[in-house]
Design a binder for this molecule. Structure first.
Ligand SMILES: [Zn+2]
Length: 126
């Protein structure tokens, strides 16, 4: 059941249609293939770039993920520190953002693709 949810496909970075083939050419933190999406799925042949510049829309998703990350950092800051200065909050946010950037970049692309490519149940066995 979990395998059929979009969350599974996104977290495992699998093809949005069949949840079996890999979506990216390599690991998100592999510098050589950073965020590079495969042309099509190896398993179901789904094209991943639906039109030219398709992934430009994923900037909106990465913006939303960035805001969510900032809110998370701010909440953690308020929980664990008694006095919070805006400067220390910003420094911590930038440091965390720097290390999570490849992940956010990859997640924004696969989330964006999941908006437009529907999951097809019959391509999944078990
Ligand atoms: Zn597929």
């Amino acid at each position: 059941m979990y395998k059929q949810t979009k969350l599974y496909g996104i977290l495992k970075m699998k093809c949005p249609k069949c949840h079996k083939g890999d979506f990216f050419k390599g690991h998100p933190y592999r510098i050589k293939t950073l965020g590079e999406v495969k042309e099509k799925c190896d398993v179901c042949n789904q094209k991943f770039e639906l039109e030219t510049g398709f992934y430009q829309g994923s900037y909106y998703v990465s913006y939303a993920l960035g805001v969510a990350l900032f809110i998370s950092v701010a909440v953690l800051h308020f929980i664990f520190k008694e006095k919070v200065s805006p400067i220390s909050l910003m420094i911590n946010f930038v440091i965390i953002l720097f290390f999570l950037l490849p992940l956010i970049y990859a997640l924004s692309k696969i989330i964006w693709a999941n908006f437009f490519i529907k999951f097809d149940k019959k391509d999944v066995k078990n």
